[in-house]
Design a binder for this molecule. Structure first.
Ligand code: NAD
Length: 262
């Protein structure tokens, strides 16, 4: 058990499934106190219950990260339950497949709203709380390999993830004086339900012919020879939430098995 995150109050958004759920399980196993925040309340409850049954501490919190009032409510509930907020993982996100020429303003707004504006709002509200409680804290954003490299037919998704990398750097500059570290993780191809959406989009747009083809094509470029499991994110998440990363800020770490070498 890592002593350095034991008892830390940690919010993970988008923790109802996928990468967020895996990170929440891993952090709770190390003794952190978790808030499982997701717009899918039933999934959030399921993850919180599973953590509690495994002997950890977690509560479920419904949130829509695009809505400031909802994000404020999430932070208030965290402080009410655990007295403070030590760490937030801004992990909630959505993806959509659309060839470059077909992206509509509505598509753009939808993806940017959750992935970019959602990170802006939650970073602002979390930082306010951390400053109010005397400074110190960790803000960890989920960007992507798509935050380092543009892909068609995911241009708007990529733009939103480049935005997350930019927000990570800007927030690191804004909050360093308050001893708040702001970093990001950049997963590669992770086997989650998000890929069902991306894959279906490839098929619907006539870009691939069968389910999983897009996933397999992307995964075939992974140097480690396999796509990622959500659990592959846990080690770095633990490091970024702990005092081991106290002197690191503004960084976006590739956890992609070697897809994008930067
Ligand atoms: P997922 O679809 O399995 O999970 C995303 C979760 O976010 C869901 O539980 C969903 O309900 C929640 N969510 C969506 N919009 C929300 C909102 N407005 N408010 C609150 N919750 C909301 O996806 P995942 O693969 O676990 O992705 C998690 C993060 O990792 C995302 O930011 C995604 O862009 C990023 N990512 C995923 C991959 C991958 O290959 N799966 C790769 C790189 C980055």
């Amino acid at each position: 058990m890592s002593e350095s995150i034991k008892g830390r109050a940690i919010i993970v958004t988008g923790a109802g499934r996928g990468i967020g759920a895996a990170m929440a399980h891993g952090l709770a196993a190390d003794g952190a106190f978790l808030v499982i925040a997701d717009r899918d309340e039933a999934n959030a409850r399921g993850v919180a219950e599973a953590i509690t049954e495994a002997g950890g501490r977690a509560m479920a919190q419904p949130v829509d990260v695009t809505q400031r009032a909802s994000v404020r409510e999430m932070i208030k509930a965290t402080v009410t339950a655990y007295d403070r907020l030590d760490v937030i993982f801004n992990n909630a996100g959505i993806a959509q497949t659309r060839p470059f020429l077909n992206i509509t303003e509505e598509d753009w707004d939808q993806v940017m709203d959750v992935n970019a504006k959602g990170v802006l709002i939650a970073t602002q509200e979390a930082a306010r709380q951390m400053i109010d409680q005397g400074g110190g804290g960790k803000i960890i954003n989920t960007a992507s390999i798509a935050g380092k490299q543009g892909y068609d037919p995911l241009a708007h998704y990529c733009a939103s993830k480049f935005a997350v990398v930019a927000l990570t750097q800007a927030a690191a500059r804004a909050f360093g004086k308050h001893r708040i570290n702001v970093n990001a993780i950049c997963p590669g191809v992770v086997a989650t339900d998000m890929w069902k959406v991306i894959d279906k989009g490839f098929v619907d747009e006539g870009l691939t012919t069968k389910e999983n083809e897009a996933f397999d094509n992307f995964a075939s470029t992974v140097l480690m020879g396999r796509p990622s499991r959500p659990e592959d994110m846990v080690g770095v998440a633990r490091f970024l939430a702990s005092s081991a990363s106290d002197y690191m800020t503004g960084q976006s770490l590739m956890i992609d098995g070697g897809m994008v070498l930067v």
